[in-house]
Design a protein around this ligand. Structure first.
Ligand code: HEM
Length: 447
């Protein structure tokens, strides 16, 4: 299979056609500092209302500009037409950066993965993953998740105050993913470290660019730690996948290791890419939704009360949590031909970026979109998991974890609340909550 990292193009400069919508002052989706307080909901509302398909000049990475798409119907249209809007031509990330700016290993692995494939090769590789995402397989996973939630809450029970991320949200998705992958328990703590550095990758690139030739000692140390962790993560993945190729087990690692596309096993580049995709997509998104849901329940106490009074609302409420948090901020596509979205002609080769959080707060679809409504009748119309051939393969895995977590949290700690302490990574791709302080009445130990 051709390497995407060697064939992808970072879009045409553009815009190739006259603008149908204005360019809004002050909207800069490449300014990662803006995302350190959460997503720019105010900008999203302006964009949906005044410029739903807005041309955005590339201001920071020095590459081509892109189209910002924010309305629900338009995001669905782009996602639903993979022949016109390709994942493979330029990958799903906003910018590839100049070769000298890239982290070579991370760049290659972020490109050579199924999320960036189109057509038959994508379907084939996705099919190889599927046995580990079917309802019958996930029934067993649900039991294990339930047990892990209980164990984690038991450990927190007498604290009264703690960081929910460290004690819970970072640990549960890692446990679940490692169970599905088949990673031995003793190796799992390493994943926590790797996630920490991956979430800060964008921030580091920004600081490096600002520092130019005079980085501080602190930055140099961080870069060295970053590089050694990234290398360790790929070394471990390659080691495990090759081990499973020789000695397969009934786990997702073996399915990836033995997957065949175009009649051949995956190259080392695609093994690295598949490893990075599953480790990042499977962990980070659910972690941030677990934490974000607690923040929402604190901000909307009457909705918490409603859920506690009627736990049968939980599966729908979980969809509502995911709609409101929308932890994946955007996905990118590249136009394979001239096409029109909401009156704007996009030229072949131009980049189109879909903002899921913006689409999920579109009042055309969701009444009072900024309100958490645990019994919202159409919460399942959210598109936080994407739409079309690349729709999240782990959707049910995420929902299971959120349901099991909040069923037990609300039953055992009905007054658990975010206490105002929060730390969000400056990152415009994933909404990454690194710390969320919570307070609650400790459970009394049985005498
Ligand atoms: C709340 C949690 C999650 C959210 C919001 C989320 C979001 C998404 C989105 C938006 C996509 C679509 C990408 C595109 O259209 O280009 C995606 C794809 C993907 N997700 Fe998730 N995800 C979540 C949890 C998970 C979990 C738990 C796993 C694995 C255990 C996972 C694995 C993947 C993979 C492998 C893909 C690529 C699918 C493909 O290319 O066919 N995700 N996810």
């Amino acid at each position: 299979m051709q390497l995407i990292s060697e064939t992808a193009v970072d879009g045409r400069p553009g815009p190739g056609f006259p603008l149908a919508w204005p360019v809004l002052d002050g909207v800069d989706m490449t300014d990662i500092r803006k995302f350190g307080d959460g997503q720019p909901w105010g900008d999203f509302a302006r964009l949906r209302a005044e410029a739903p398909v807005m041309w955005h000049s590339e201001t920071r990475h020095g590459g081509p500009g892109f189209w910002v798409v924010t309305r629900h119907a338009d995001v669905m249209a782009v996602n639903g037409d993979p022949e016109t809007f390709s994942s493979q031509r330029g990958g799903i990330l906003m910018a590839q950066g100049r070769p000298e700016q890239r982290h070579a290993l991370l760049y290659r692995a972020s490109m050579d993965a199924m999320i960036n494939l189109d057509g038959g090769n994508h379907l084939q590789l996705r099919r190889e993953h599927m046995p580990y995402f079917t309802p019958s397989y996930l029934r067993g996973v649900t039991e294990k998740v339930r047990g892990e939630v209980t164990r984690l809450l038991n450990e927190m029970a007498d604290k009264g105050e703690c960081d929910l991320v460290e004690n819970f949200s970072a640990v549960l998705p890692l446990f679940t993913l490692c169970e599905i992958l088949g990673v031995p328990p003793e190796d799992r703590p390493k994943f926590l470290k790797w996630m920490h550095y991956l979430e800060l990758a964008q921030n580091m690139a920004g600081e490096q660019a600002t520092a130019g030739l005079t980085p501080t000692l602190e930055l140099m140390q961080f870069i060295a730690d970053f590089n050694s962790n990234v290398e360790e993560m790929f070394d471990y993945g390659r080691h495990m996948l090759h081990k499973r190729r020789l000695d397969p087990k009934a786990d997702l690692l073996s399915a990836i290791a033995r997957a065949k596309v175009e009649g051949e096993e995956l190259s080392d580049e695609f093994l690295d890419g598949s490893w990075l995709l599953i480790v990042f997509a499977g962990n980070d998104t659910t972690r941030n939704t677990l934490s974000g849901s607690m923040k929402l329940l604190t901000e909307f106490p009457e909705q918490r009360a409603k859920l506690i009074a009627n736990p049968a609302l939980l599966p729908g409420a979980v969809n509502e949590f995911i709609r409101m948090v929308s932890p994946v901020i955007y996905m990118r596509r590249t136009a394979t031909r001239d096409a029109v979205i909401n009156g704007q002609t996009i030229a072949e080769g131009e980049k189109v970026i879909m903002y899921y959080g913006a689409a999920n707060r579109d009042a055309e679809v969701f009444a009072n979109p900024d309100q958490l409504i645990v019994d919202r009748p159409n919460a399942d119309k959210h598109i936080a998991f994407g739409y079309g051939p690349h729709t999240c393969i782990g959707k049910r895995v995420a929902q299971i974890q959120l349901e099991e977590a909040y069923r037990q949290i609300l039953a055992r700690f009905p007054d658990m609340r975010w206490n105002g302490d929060i730390d969000i990574a400056p990152n415009n791709f994933v909404h990454a909550i690194r710390k969320l302080g919570v307070s609650f009445s400790p459970e009394r130990k049985a005498a």
